[in-house]
Design a protein. Structure first.
Length: 486
């Protein structure tokens, strides 16, 4: 079996590559084909725990995780062999084949390409050998001429796989036809021939008004415009590259406002996507004390740089706002890095993250270790009290990705100030019952937890994926999707 490869390229970041790749995965799977996604290199702090190659678990970007589910495939590290997790503006942790690589992390950006290309090519070849179709996602733009010589994610992959490529652009930004033509024109002739169609994403209005531009573009390039995706169509997937908007898609009057603190190195923000679709819930993002006024919950999410994000939080005055909210009995939830922030102190003897005082809302202390905990986890809550009592006895499934190890603060425990350990080694609650911290990502994606907390759930992922497949079938020109794999 040697899969045909369809590749989704973009004129810019945010053009629509990830959702279109996900949609194509489900579309081809619905045709009875065995499908897998692939992205050679992803840069994101949104990661999921999946099957590894030489170890039990590894990390890949969340987008490829969801694409695998859309393809009805078991997610594994070959689908995103290289993951860059930004820790600062000029530094990223490098994850190769699911595992952190200290050697690659220390290398300059341009020095990595030749070292990692063999593993990238091998991962893609292995997926091609096992599937009928591999849907490949590019990164950024394939026409970044300063990066073309060291490219390992766009046209080098396309050439290796002889992929039939779609080039998508965000027409709402303006200049879409210039973006498409300019991208095509900057590619060498040997790569231009791999572009089989242009896609206009986020179009507002009557598509007939686009004429004669698509034909003019075709005359210039020989490439047809094969789809126009309307702006009003919402794909329902979490945003990969940043904080998504706070508009709820669920019906009913708002009864719970949930403010998620959006610090600079926020990670795994995709796990909050289901809250947008729970009836009566409004999700919003907090960057200042004013943003948490009136919130029923404040959530401290995961962080790729816990100490630095905690310092940012204090600089904004959010520490005092969170403390006041908790003192009034408001619910506070800390997840992973957020749990670590809720404690008394961060201790970093190995230079992994940073030292500093915590918010003091839980009598815990976190020590950072060089080894990273990466695993799937299923846990059952013990009896909880107060605001989180509805989670008592609920079994939830999720995943852990963290360097920190958290335990009771010895001095405070000696004085009788002890957090209730509601899941052994994973979750703690304060004495008043309104502050809960846990290492488990995915709590707010788990149907059992959503039912316990809100009495309702969110639409299933399968419904979202099928909606994506229906949308591409409706908006692509007839026969195009089949021709791409012929």
């Amino acid at each position: 079996m040697t899969a045909r490869c369809v590749m989704v390229l973009g004129t810019t970041s945010g053009a629509g590559k990830s959702w279109l790749t996900t949609a194509l995965c489900r579309y081809y799977s619905n045709q009875g084909l065995k499908v897998a996604p692939f992205k050679a290199q992803n840069m994101s702090n949104n990661a999921r725990v999946v099957e590894g190659v030489e170890s039990a678990w590894g990390e890949i970007g969340s987008a490829q995780y969801f694409q695998a589910l859309a393809a009805r495939a078991v997610p594994d590290v070959r689908m995103n062999p290289l993951l860059l997790k930004p820790e600062a503006d000029t530094h990223s942790q490098v994850v190769l084949m699911g595992q952190v690589s200290a050697e690659l992390t220390a290398l300059p950006w341009r020095g990595r390409s030749e070292k990692v290309w063999p593993q990238i090519a091998a991962a893609l070849d292995a997926l091609r050998a096992e599937n009928d179709v591999v849907v490949i996602e590019g990164a950024g733009s394939p026409a970044e001429i300063n990066l073309h010589a060291s490219d390992i994610v766009n046209m080098r992959v396309a050439r290796h796989a002889q992929a039939r490529c779609l080039l998508v652009t965000d027409i709402d930004r303006g200049g879409a036809f210039a973006h498409l033509y300019g991208t095509w024109a900057l590619l060498p002739e040997t790569e231009r021939v791999l572009i089989h169609g242009f896609v206009l994403n986020k179009f507002r209005g009557d598509a007939a008004l686009l004429a004669p531009a698509p034909q003019m573009l075709h005359d210039l390039t020989g490439v047809p415009t094969v789809a126009t995706i309307p702006m009003q169509w919402r794909h329902g997937l979490p945003e990969e590259d940043g904080v998504f908007d706070d508009r709820s898609t669920a019906a009913g009057a708002v009864h719970t406002a949930i403010a998620v603190v959006a610090y600079p190195r926020i990670s795994n923000l995709d796990e909050f996507q289901p809250l947008k679709n729970v009836p009566g819930v409004r999700l919003l993002w907090a960057r200042s004390p004013a943003d948490v006024v009136g919130a029923d919950w404040i959530v401290l999410p995961g962080s790729k740089a816990t100490a630095a994000d905690l310092a940012w939080l204090r600089a904004q005055g959010l520490d005092a706002a969170i403390a006041a909210h908790a003192a009034r009995g408001g619910r506070v939830l800390g997840i992973c890095g957020g749990l670590q922030m809720l404690g008394e102190a961060l201790i970093d003897p190995h230079g992994v993250d940073g030292n500093g005082p915590g918010l003091g809302l839980l009598p815990l202390v976190t020590a950072f270790e060089p080894d990273k905990t990466v695993r799937h986890t299923t846990a059952r809550f013990a009896e909880l009290t107060g605001a989180w009592a509805r989670l008592s006895g609920v079994e939830v499934s999720g995943y852990e990705i963290h360097h920190g190890q958290t335990a009771q603060h010895p001095a405070m425990a000696a004085k009788g100030d002890v957090a209730r350990e509601v899941v052994a080694g994973l979750a703690w609650q304060n004495a008043a019952g309104n502050v809960l911290g846990l290492y488990l990502h995915g709590l707010l994606e788990d149907p059992a937890a959503l039912r316990a907390l809100f009495g309702a759930g969110a639409p299933t992922l399968d419904a979202v994926f099928d909606g994506l497949a229906d949308a591409v079938q409706a908006h692509f020109a007839p026969g195009v999707l089949r021709a791409l794999i012929a």
